[in-house]
Write a protein that binds this ligand. Structure first.
Ligand SMILES: Nc1ncnc2c1ncn2[C@@H]1O[C@H](COP(=O)(O)OP(=O)(O)OP(=O)(O)O)[C@@H](O)[C@H]1O
Length: 339
């Protein structure tokens, strides 16, 4: 039996849209180990939500197979649903319910008895720091509290695997940070595997153990954030010289150094030269020494480390902004503090 939390092979979804066929997901292969936190990134329309809906049995695949939480999405969809939590992009809780009642009701929906559902609700309310709003109406919660309630509802039946579709979209930076603190704590407390989509590359970089990038329905990269950055971009050292002329004089030495070590060509701009290197820590002292020996010492040096934005650009030819994803919403909402 599979020990993977998610194991999908050649998962495919084709939609009929008028007389056209939209190939939203084209042969998705995913393997996620228990306990991993995987971020699924991609431009708008890349196929992320459709993939999540296939893995959570909300959509049947056109082709391919997947086992999620040990069960087959085609033949055992009910068993899969019982074993996973899914938090979609829209809030699911009812506005006119009290927060705690909403979680208990969700637990009852999953067949948990009344006492156990109440106990679970209390424990989740505490973990997510929502205990003090337990008796408030859902409609009175802030955006960040609402999102945490969604997560509590997704976890009420103690699933080992949680799918989150853009959990932090629309939250202000403080609420995003707060939400993340809770997601990470829940992982520690309950050992939950998390598979999530996000448009915030900084979040994926900081919190995900693995990043999968999807474009045009296919996974085009799958690695740790640092692996993606090192393998696709590498680091760059920026050398500043006393003048444009000095920088020009240094160029042949840097080209020579670059070609001897297999680096890409240096880029000259006014008094600075930028040189791609695999690891600045070990290369920089050698470069500085080579320039001193050649009589064109650098005035200052700086190391530029790539971001996931750089990776995204190299992979898709676009920045997330180009793809139509709006910048983080700076809402005026401020997360209320626990009194
Ligand atoms: N029910 C549907 N019928 C027809 N086409 C669909 C349907 N659902 C999704 N699509 C199309 O499938 C493609 C992938 O959509 P999907 O929502 O999975 O992308 P996404 O990566 O989640 O995008 P976003 O970042 O905007 O949420 C898009 O071209 C979309 O228009």
């Amino acid at each position: 039996m599979s020990t993977k939390a998610i194991e999908a092979e050649r998962l495919t979804k084709t939609f009929a849209s008028g007389n056209k066929r939209v190939r939203a997901v084209r042969g998705l292969d995913v393997r996620v180990d228990p306990g991993e936190l995987v971020a699924f990134l991609g431009p708008n329309g890349a196929g992320k939500t459709t993939s999540l809906r296939l893995l959570t049995t909300l959509l049947p695949p056109t082709e391919g197979a997947a086992r999620v939480a040990g069960r087959d999405v085609r033949t055992e969809p009910a068993a899969v649903r019982h074993r996973i939590g899914y938090v979609g992009q829209m809030n699911s809780a009812g506005h006119n319910q009290r927060v705690r009642d909403e979680i208990v009701m969700q637990g009852r929906f999953y067949g948990i008895d009344k006492n156990a559902a109440a106990q679970r609700a209390d424990s989740l309310l505490e973990s997510l720091e929502l205990g003090w709003v337990a008796n408030r109406m859902v409609s009175s919660l802030s955006g960040g509290q609402r999102r945490r309630l969604d997560i509590a509802m997704g976890l009420v039946h103690a699933p080992s695997l949680l799918f989150l579709d853009e959990p932090s979209t629309g939250l202000d930076p403080q609420s995003r940070a707060n939400l993340w603190r809770h997601i990470l704590r829940l992982r520690e407390e309950y050992d939950t595997t998390v598979f999530m989509t996000t448009h915030y590359l900084d979040e994926a970089d900081q919190f995900a153990e693995r990043v999968m990038v999807m474009d045009h329905g296919r996974v085009i990269a799958d690695d740790t954030p640092s692996g993606l950055k090192a393998n696709l971009i590498g680091e760059r050292v920026v050398l500043e010289f006393d003048s444009h002329h000095e920088a020009e004089r240094a160029l042949p030495h840097l080209r020579e150094y670059g070609s001897a070590t297999g680096f890409q060509a240096p880029v000259h701009h006014d008094r600075t030269v930028e040189l791609p290197v695999p690891a600045a820590g070990s290369c920089l002292p050698k470069i500085v020494l080579a320039l001193e020996r050649a009589g064109v010492p650098a005035r200052s040096t700086e190391t530029k480390r790539p971001t996931l934005d750089d990776v995204f650009f190299v992979l898709t030819g676009r920045t997330l902004r180009d793809t139509g994803v709006s910048a983080p919403t700076e809402t005026s909402e401020t997360e209320e503090e626990t009194p």
